[in-house]
Design a protein around this ligand. Sequence first.
Ligand code: UTP
Length: 228
Amino acid sequence: MRVTFCVGGSILAPDDPDVSCIREIAQTLRALKSQKHEILVVIGGGGSSRKYIEVARKLKASSTLCDIIGIDVTRLNARLLIAALGNLAEQEPLTTFAAAIRAMLRGKVPVMGGMMPGQTTDAVAAMLASSSKSELLIFLTDVDGVYTADPKINSRAKKLERMTVDELMKLVTAKKVKPGINVIIDPVCARLIQRRGMRTLVLGKHEIKRLPEILKGAKHSGTTIVPG
Ligand code: UTP
C-alpha cells in the first residue's frame, strides 16, 4: 500500500528532539518497507519551532519570516529521521512533491518538512498524499485521535472513533492559521482532505509499533476520517 505519514513535531520533538521516538518511528518504517509498502513522510516542527517562532515574534519578524523559520526547523527535524533511517531514506529533506515521489519510486523513503508560509506540515502531508496518489494518509500525533474539543483544555471532550470530513471541517475552521498554530489538523489540510476525498487516520504515538497490523486492517484506537 502507498501511505503518506505526517509525523507531528509534537511527538518527534515535543520540547527537544525525542531520540527514542525517532528510533521507534524509523524501526516501524523499516518494517513497513520490508512488507513492500511505499512510504512518504512529512515531519512537523514541534516545541523547537514554537520556541524559534516565539523569539522571532519578539524580534518583530513578519508572519512570513516566522513561518520560514518554522519551516527551517521542520527540515532540521526531518534530518533527524533521515539519520535514523540510514540508507533507506533519501538523504536530503525533499522540498518538492515531484522529488519526493521520484525518491519513493526509486524505493527510498522521502522525508519532507514544511514548504511554504501560511500553512503547517499537515497541509504539506495532504498535498503529498494527493500528488503521490497515496491510498492512505496517517497523522501520528500527541493526542490519540480527533476529539470534540481540545482534551488538554476540556475534560468533557470525547474522542471520535469515526467522523466524516465535513464534520472535521466544522471542527477546525473556527481556527485561524497563524505561525505556530496548534490544532489537531490544520484547516488548509482539512479542506484538501475534503476536496480529494482521502482516507485518513489520526493515531496517537502509542500506535506506532502497531502500524504494520493497522495497515493490514487491524482495529486502532485513533480516529478514522471518511469522505463526507
Ligand atoms: P508544524 O506546525 O507543521 O509543526 O510546523 P507542529 O505544529 O509543531 O507539529 P504538530 O502538528 O504540532 O505536531 C511549524 C510551523 O512552521 C510553519 C508554521 O508557522 C508552523 O506553525 N510552517 C510549516 C509553514 O509556514 N509552512 C509549512 O508548510 C510548514
